[in-house]
Design a protein around this ligand. Structure first.
Ligand SMILES: [Zn+2]
Length: 364
């Protein structure tokens, strides 16, 4: 997908491309916007456009080809979640002494580095910024521009101060992106040294339009459900596994049912029994937990009279019945217990048992 196909926020994208065309792209940019507005996608696209070997144009403005060696290698980091998980796993397998000294970075092209927040605190640490300081002043190796993308610009204090040193004197051939959904959390001294590009959230109807193009096999009702469940996140919406979601939702409803009617457990155990150990079971359980959250949230929306926020609108009548039979405290407690199931999963406790105890604990 070329830069000209970036969905939403056409004015911001045009501004960025005009600056590229005139070789006036700033050295430090805050790219803000809510989750799903495409901050990371846009930063990656600009990094490709800066370094593309073919340098095509579209609509008279710079774009990238998507097939040259630079574009291909930068694109390997498009799936940041996967690259991040790999980097974390590599570190997990190191000896303890090395583990402490290894910071999470994603670098699929020598001139383009993504700096995600470092777990478990999920903050950018000073050693990550030091890595950037260490290499940013060397000229690009295979591209024209060194690009550093802080995918979630949430810094530890010392890291923010180190970053400030770079921003005071950035080299000619480098661009730093700070991606955030909350720009006011950045230090004022950082903000004042960056240009600020703001991406607005996409409306449900914009997401539905987008899905009409990329998932034409879905019915309008299904597109509406997906756009609501994904909260305006295009990448998530396009790759959404609707069948898996609907299956998980059916299971989630079965799990919540005995809590509301009390008594019959055989359905519940039949469902939880299908959530097994292993990688596949883990993904399936995570999906179920996410779906349970979304149903409980919808019940809260219904209870608080904000039905327009309900995401699972296609089963709203059923959710309304469920919401009526419980009170706020019950839903809040259920959300809390679900959090416990999640932390149990991180500690690798047996999944089906955790799910059973979650469901049975909901009974009044
Ligand atoms: Zn290219």
């Amino acid at each position: 997908m070329p830069l000209s196909d970036f969905h939403g926020n056409p004015d911001v994208v045009r501004t960025a491309r005009e600056m590229l065309a005139h070789d006036r792209f700033p050295h430090a940019v805050i790219l803000s916007g809510p989750t799903g507005s495409g901050k990371y996608t846009l930063a990656q696209m600009i990094a490709k456009t800066m370094n593309c070997l073919e340098r095509p144009t579209s609509d008279g403005l710079p774009d990238f080809c998507g097939r040259c060696a630079n574009c291909i290698r930068i694109a390997e980091a498009d799936d940041l979640e996967a690259r991040f998980a790999e980097a974390v796993e590599v570190r997990e397998n190191l000896r303890d002494a090395d583990k402490r000294e290894t910071r999470i970075l994603v670098q699929t092209h020598p001139d383009v580095t993504v700096i995600p927040p470092d777990p478990p605190q999920m903050l950018v640490k000073v050693d990550q910024v030091r890595h950037v300081i260490h290499e940013i002043y060397y000229k690009p190796v295979e591209g024209r521009e060194r690009v550093y993308i802080f995918s979630d610009a949430d810094f530890m204090k010392e890291a923010a101060n180190s970053l400030l040193k770079i921003l005071e004197e950035p080299p000619e051939f480098a661009t730093i992106f700070l991606l955030t959904d909350n720009p006011s959390a950045l230090l004022p001294t950082i903000r004042s040294r960056c240009m600020h590009l703001r991406l607005s959230p996409l409306s449900s109807s914009e997401v539905e339009q987008y899905l009409e193009k990329y998932r034409p096999e879905w019915k309008p009702r299904e597109r509406e459900l997906v756009s609501r469940v994904c909260g305006g996140g295009l990448g998530r919406a396009r790759t959404f596994d609707l069948a898996a979601y609907l299956a998980a939702r059916q299971d989630a409803l079965t799990m919540l049912a005995p809590a509301l009617r009390s008594g019959e457990h055989s359905d519940l155990f039949r469902v939880t029994d299908t959530y097994r150990a292993g990688a596949e079971g883990k993904a399936k359980t995570e999906q179920l937990v996410r779906t349970l959250y979304s149903l409980l949230e919808d019940m809260l929306f219904l209870k608080s009279g904000t039905a327009e926020l309900v995401r699972n609108q296609d089963i709203q009548a059923e959710l309304a019945r469920m919401a009526e039979s419980v009170d706020f405290a019950w839903i809040v407690a259920a959300v809390q217990r679900l959090g416990e199931v999640e932390s149990g999963m991180r500690r690798n406790l047996l999944r089906s048992l955790a799910l059973d105890s979650f469901a049975t604990s909901l009974e009044r």
